[in-house]
Design a binder for this molecule. Sequence first.
Ligand code: ZN
Length: 103
Amino acid sequence: MQVNRQTCQRCKSINVRNILRREPNRPTVVYVRCANCLELVAYYELSNYYHHGKGIESYLRAHGMHANDSGRRWLADFKRIQDNAVAGYEEVLEQLTEQNKNV
Ligand SMILES: [Zn+2]
């Protein structure tokens, strides 16, 4: 496993902000902006966005679903993503700690 912190290529800062763009029927897009020099650091489209602590309603909305469309599959997906997010987060933090980069 390789773990990196996102770094601005212009000024080498790791202090970044995520700007999320949501539009109907389009994947959520993230623009990563350097908080130091304001340069664009990265752009990516999300196919499986999960925002920890916001619950399943937010998850369904982010995937273009509405609560009344939901079923067991969506609930199972949400729980799987939530578990993966929490477990994966702990793993990458452990890795960063080993690299003395957990800041
Ligand atoms: Zn920068």
